[in-house]
Design a binder for this molecule. Structure first.
Ligand code: SAH
Length: 258
């Protein structure tokens, strides 16, 4: 039988443990009403369990060798050959919402989650495996050392759960780091009171000077005439002490709306 030679440049680490594959596939069951898009099926380790769920399923795979393998071994599977980052998600399921999942290519995991944010109204649920460090960053809250830009950007729109850790030795070839499985579900926020562009700018610039109090990090962004009121409660705090709600309030203050 044909096999696929793992290619480092495509972040290919094939999962060999079927129990773990089944558990990961189970993470999409919270939204059993929706179709599924799997990123990077490779040789279909996760796909075989997803396809047993009697739900509409599409997979997107960039590697031609894997695509040929999938056609041979899963003839009924709907395979899109191409780059997820280039894929138009609006027309994918005729504009319907879907669940995003996969054992993601770790080299582009942040980009995958930024794209998810761009399409958040179509993706009420996103689950899957990625490098543990990034998984922890996505799911951490204020006060935690992993809490940062990615946490705040994603938690603005999604509730996050860190589900479980997966060891290196269940992959071929083993990755250098441990992996984490997560589940994100859209929270109840439908719109943002402040400018999202300004919100992102403030989050990025304050976490860029993580050890500095906001009084100092904001001064570097807004130079002398900081638009913050003198009684702003955040001036003596570090960014890791601010919740998503605090960052929204801070942005409103900078906009002069609070
Ligand atoms: N799901 C499989 C493979 C995981 S490895 C398993 O668990 O064994 C990551 C997979 O993502 C590889 O198959 C790789 O070819 C694919 N991939 C890498 N970059 C991609 C991209 N931009 N778009 C779609 N698939 C991609």
């Amino acid at each position: 039988m044909r096999t696929v030679r793992p290619k480092k440049a495509l972040g290919q680490h094939f999962l060999r443990d079927m129990d773990i594959a089944q558990r990961i596939a189970g993470t999409v069951d919270v939204r059993a009403d929706l179709p599924i898009l799997e990123i990077g099926p490779g040789t279909g380790v996760l796909t075989q369990f997803l396809s047993q769920k009697n739900r509409e399923l599409k997979v997107v795979e960039i590697d031609n060798e894997s695509v040929v393998y999938l056609h041979e071994n899963f003839p009924a599977l709907n395979v899109i050959e191409g780059d997820f980052l280039q894929l138009d998600l609006n027309t994918l399921f005729d504009g319907r919402e879907f669940v995003l999942t996969g054992n993601y290519p770790y080299n582009i995991s942040s980009q995958i989650f930024f794209k998810m944010l761009d399409y958040k109204e179509l993706i009420p649920c996103c689950t899957g495996m990625l490098q543990r460090e990034v998984a922890q960053r996505i799911c951490s809250g204020p006060g935690n050392k992993d809490y940062g830009i990615l946490s705040v950007f994603i938690q603005l729109w999604y509730d996050t759960e860190y589900l479980f850790t997966v060891n290196e030795n269940v992959f071929d070839p083993p990755p250098k780091v441990k992996s984490g499985v997560i589940r994100l579900q859209r929270n109840s926020r439908r719109s943002l009171e402040c400018s999202e562009a300004l919100f992102r700018k403030i989050v990025k610039s304050t976490f860029g000077m993580r050890r500095k109090m906001l009084r100092n990090s904001l001064r570097q962004v807004y130079e002398k005439d900081s638009p913050l009121p003198a009684d702003c409660p955040y001036l003596d705090k570090r960014p890791e002490q601010l919740s998503v709600e605090d960052f929204i309030k801070l942005t409103l203050m900078v906009e002069g709306k609070a």
